[in-house]
Design a protein around this ligand. Structure first.
Ligand code: T1G
Length: 702
């Protein structure tokens, strides 16, 4: 096994280098290597100072998350930190790229910290549902104060090196070659006779009262909705008022507790599921990968404009095409306004905004699209129109170029067959707003080539989006589950007596970012109706199937954009106001179907909406539209507002137990019929006491 830690002598400086690709995770092997290196150095009287540095792109991404489900093994993180901190010579950490979690904690156990000016330093543990467990809750308050420590740990996001310097976390910023500058810093320490400076001996300068803690939590309230880790963080940080040894013992106990929490199991599941879904599995491309320098987008509507910004933000040259010059002007205005507000909010500088705007060029000749490496059609959601566009592009583009469709409901296979080169056609399904939503559904047909798929994955990486592959079928993964499962059952509950406000509140309390009726009003009830019109051209669905939303569309109650939908919206506002006329409409639709209305509790609402979602998810797996249950979890947590800390619908089902899930689905099937027919996969796994996670593992080995 390659050495993950090396030790070299540079005169009086002992150089310890961590080299554990891809992210220098502080794994068990690295901890052993660091302890050995320190022992080696301490045997040499010539070594007067130690420098810890890393190879590769970053200092360290922290503890090795893949080791969390097994005992740490000696040396533990605590033992390592104590060894570093109690070293009889000064220990300096030199940080480049990123220093995260346990990696930053290692640096905090060192006596001095240098950082390259472009480095970033952070405590992302809360994004994994755990508290820092290698001393940060005790050392960070001693270095930057309890309040600042709380802010860093609650946000989970890295701060810049200059910021870290200003807070006192870093002693010096470095430009240019870090190793040279760090070695010079070590020699300067010796000249100035500055020795070890254990962080544990410092005291915490500020204290936290309830108001301070509440103020620190407030900015993260939305991100931490339904979570509990933040309270363990407060407990640990408060312990930093005690002696270091007392505090560190409390941290260790709380860290263990957080590790065992369902919240952390769920968030770690999503962490690895996102990385796994982004890999091209089971197909190898033979051609050299297509470089993506220029993109063309056909159709300058809201989606087209958002996709253009996503690529411009990634530094890719964008051509945006539309036959209608007013549409191009409108799109330009959308883009300009969006960048303007990003500049106003200080998210990007004026220069960057101008650069990105310049990177988007409007064209009216389709032939100009032939200059692009990849073309994405985002015209109106009409099959014949899209077929015409892709067949024109097929004539214009050199054979190796990719043609992608942003359709969300139409058959990508039919679009591919409108060309002479179906191998190069696939779906790139962006979500609203395309420049910000994390999810990208890559839709493959039976003919899509490995090269085209590989290019699609690289587009996702380029745009920093989470990619999930779906086989071409109605609604792919996300929309199919939303329409046939989750939203359909929400409507059924409305017909049976629940109100839109009750259904939305129940699911928002469960953890969804927004309830189904409010989402429908936000996106526009007509969008769903149009999707169903396309669906009914190829498949049927027994009544009732979105009878309320389709009636609202007929009446022009499209949602926020018309000031009325499932709710009322006063003068262009976003606040959803209950509308008694909608209730009367629902009562009438229920009566027409002989549906007896009754009081329905929140628990039943949540159970029925979640189980419908899960049941259709299992059908999507059974039909091979999604390759893994974990992929479905990625789709729903990164694209549909499913609470990440519950792991996604399929992980959630596993926590309920599939035998129990099956039993409840059968219970509802008896009363509600067709839409509750248990998916074959749930029947099989439920009967055998297996889980979706086990199914994923077994199908990976097939
Ligand atoms: N442990 C194990 N594997 C890791 C890892 C980690 N900490 N970080 C990344 N990987 C793997 C990842 O699975 C992928 O593997 C490959 O590295 C590249 O990652 C004691 C307990 C650093 C910003 O939360 O945020 O310290 O799929 O695709 O987009 O208190 O990875 O190729 O096989 O994400 O360039 C805290 C997690 C740990 C940081 C790089 N640290 N990592 O992003 O590459 S808890 C984190 C990231 C802790 C202490 C506690 C990102 C990144 P594969 P990637 P990237």
């Amino acid at each position: 096994m390659a050495k993950t830690v090396t030790f070299d002598e540079l005169g009086p400086v002992g150089l310890i280098c961590i080299d554990n690709p891809p992210v220098n995770a502080i794994s068990h092997a690295v901890r052993v290597g660091l302890i050995d290196a320190i022992a080696q150095a301490e045997k040499k009287s010539s070594i007067k100072v130690l420098l810890i540095i890393s190879g590769g792109e970053l200092f360290s991404a922290g503890a090795d998350i893949s080791e969390f489900d097994r005992p740490q093994g000696d040396p533990s993180f605590q033992q390592l930190q104590t060894r570093v901190e109690s070293c009889h010579v000064a220990v300096v950490a030199a940080i480049h790229g990123l220093a995260l979690g346990g990696g930053l904690e290692l640096a905090m156990a060192c006596h001095y910290r240098l950082a390259h000016k472009n480095a970033r330093l952070g405590m992302p543990e809360i994004t994994l549902g755990i508290i820092p467990g290698a001393g940060a809750t005790q050392r960070l308050p001693r270095l930057i104060g309890a309040r600042a420590a709380l802010d860093m740990i609650f946000s989970g996001k890295p701060i810049s090196a200059p910021d870290a310097k200003a807070k006192g976390l870093v002693d010096e910023l470095v430009e240019g070659d870090l190793r040279v500058a760090a070695t010079d810093f070590c020699k300067r320490l010796l000249q100035e006779k500055r020795g070890p400076r254990p962080t544990c001996n410092r005291t915490v300068v500020d204290s936290l009262d309830e108001a301070e803690i509440a103020a620190a939590l407030l900015p993260h309230a939305r991100a931490l909705k339904g979570r509990t880790t933040q309270y363990l963080v407060v407990e640990a940080i408060q312990a930093s008022k005690l002696s270091f040894s007392q505090g560190i013992a409390i941290e260790a106990a709380l860290a263990q507790r957080s590790l065992a929490c369902r919240e952390s199991l769920a968030l770690r599941h999503v962490f690895f599921a996102e990385r796994e879904s982004g890999k091209l599995r089971g197909v190898a491309s033979t051609e050299p990968p297509l470089s993506i320098r220029r993109i063309a987008i056909i159709g300058a509507g809201t989606m087209g404009s958002g996709i253009a910004m996503a690529f411009a933000d990634a530094g890719v040259e964008v051509l945006i095409h539309d036959n209608d010059p007013t549409a191009l002007a409108r799109s330009r205005n959308i883009v300009q306004t969006s960048y303007e507000s990003s500049v106003k909010r200080g998210r990007i500088s004026r220069e960057v905004a101008d650069q990105r705007l310049q990177g988007i060029r409007s064209v009216t000749e389709l032939a100009e699209a032939a200059q692009a490496d990849l073309v994405i059609e985002a015209v109106f959601e009409d099959l014949e129109l899209k077929k015409h566009v892709v067949s024109e592009l097929d004539k214009l583009l050199p054979e190796e170029r990719i043609i992608a469709s942003n359709t969300s409901t139409l058959s990508v296979t039919e679009l591919a067959h409108a060309t002479k080169h179906p191998l190069r056609v696939l779906g790139l399904h962006f979500f609203v707003p395309a420049q910000a939503s994390r999810l990208l559904e890559i839709v493959r047909t039976d003919e899509t080539s490995p090269e085209s798929l590989e290019a699609a994955f690289r587009v996702a990486k380029l745009l920093k989006k989470v990619a999930v592959v779906a086989r071409d079928a109605f609604g792919f993964i996300g929309n199919r589950m939303m329409l046939d499962g989750y939203f359909r059952e929400a409507e059924q509950l409305l017909l049976e007596g629940a109100t839109p406000a009750q259904v939305d509140a129940a699911l928002e309390n469960f953890g969804f970012a927004m309830g189904p009726q409010r989402v429908s009003d936000l996106g526009g009830n007509d969008v769903g109706t149009k999707a169903r019109i396309q669906l009914f051209k190829r498949e049927s669905r027994p009544d009732p199937y979105f009878v309320i939303a389709d009636r609202l569309t007929e009446m022009g109650w499209l949602g926020q954009k018309t000031g009325r939908g499932f709710y009322r919206y006063e003068s262009g506002g976003r606040e959803a106001i209950a509308d008694p006329e909608v209730i009367s409409l629902i009562e009438k639709l229920a009566e027409e179907r002989g549906i007896k209305r009754r009081e329905i509790g929140d628990e039943e609402i949540v159970e029925r909406c979640l189980l419908s979602l899960i049941n259709v998810g299992a059908m999507v797996l059974d039909e091979g539209i999604a390759a893994r249950a974990a992929d479905i979890d990625v789709v729903w947590t990164s694209g549909y507002g499913f609470p990440r800390h519950l792991g996604g619908p399929m992980f959630y089902a596993d926590t309920l137990g599939l035998a129990q899930v099956l039993q409840r689905i059968r219970h509802h099937h008896e009363r509600l019929g067709h839409y509750w027919r248990p998916a074959g996969l749930i029947e099989r796994l439920g009967a055998e006491g297996l889980s979706f996670e086990q199914w994923d593992r077994s199908s990976a080995s097939h």
